[in-house]
Design a protein around this ligand. Structure first.
Ligand code: DX5
Ligand code: ZN
Length: 221
């Protein structure tokens, strides 16, 4: 059985002065665009406030996959769903009410994603599978692009694949995904790939997206 592969480029390392243009550069070959929202509290970095993010989301030619690295995800995540994101992912470490907030995201019309930092066990969240449309396994410490893929996360990816079983839940990985690492992440069970610097530091970002997809599709299970 081969899984459907999705590539969701992150614009964290793109040109922030022309994000709409940067999204258009990869639109033909990408499934969604990954928008990293950081508040300088949950992670030591800041990207967008809600008004700026809303403008990007409204202008984007691709459906938006919002990755919220913010405190108080219970309040903020449903707002991102309401303004039209296709997918909204919150961190378990920033959420008081995981089931309630996952339900609120779906209720507002978006896919509900649940992310864990490298130090967080995924098995504690197996019981919310029915409320989740995507698990996000961080393969770097969240906060910055351009870090190295943590290969000790491969076991967690495999563990998550087992938890998912037959359910149609996407399994996303984020951090250090490149032509050098995408095959091992696929082999471990990932099917949805964030790639930031690999794509936007490439001479031809669209070509890099296609190369990543081809490499992931080439992995035999
Ligand atoms: C990091 C962000 C990532 C980041 C990935 O906290 O969540 O989405 O953009 O960047 P690369 O692909 O460069 O590791
Ligand atoms: Zn991200």
């Amino acid at each position: 059985m081969s899984r459907e592969i999705r590539i969701t480029p992150s614009i964290l390392n793109a040109n922030f002065d022309d994000l709409a243009g940067e999204i258009r550069r990869i639109a033909q070959v990408s499934d969604l665009v990954h928008l990293d929202v950081m508040d300088n509290l949950f992670v030591p970095n800041f990207t967008f406030d809600f008004a700026t993010a809303s403008a990007i989301i409204q202008e984007s030619v691709l459906p938006v996959d919002a990755h919220l690295m913010v405190l108080d995800a219970d309040t903020i995540a449903p707002q991102y769903a309401e303004i039209g994101c296709a997918s909204v992912t919150l961190h378990v470490e920033a959420t008081q009410d995981v089931p309630g907030t996952l339900r609120a995201i779906r209720h507002a019309g978006a896919r509900a994603g649940l992310a864990v930092k490298p130090g967080t066990d995924i098995t504690d969240y197996a019981d919310v599978c029915d409320l989740v449309d995507m698990f996000l396994i961080m393969t770097v410490e969240p906060g910055f692009g351009g870090q190295s893929f943590m290969s000790d996360m491969l076991a967690k990816i495999s563990q998550t694949r087992l938890i998912i079983g037959d359910r149609p839940i996407w399994l996303q990985v984020d951090g250090g995904i490149s032509p050098d690492t995408i095959e091992m992440a696929t082999q471990a069970g990932a099917d949805t790939f964030v790639a930031g610097s690999a794509v936007f530091k490439a001479q031809d970002p669209a070509k890099m997206v296609s190369m990543l997809r081809a490499l992931a599709n080439g992995v035999k299970e």
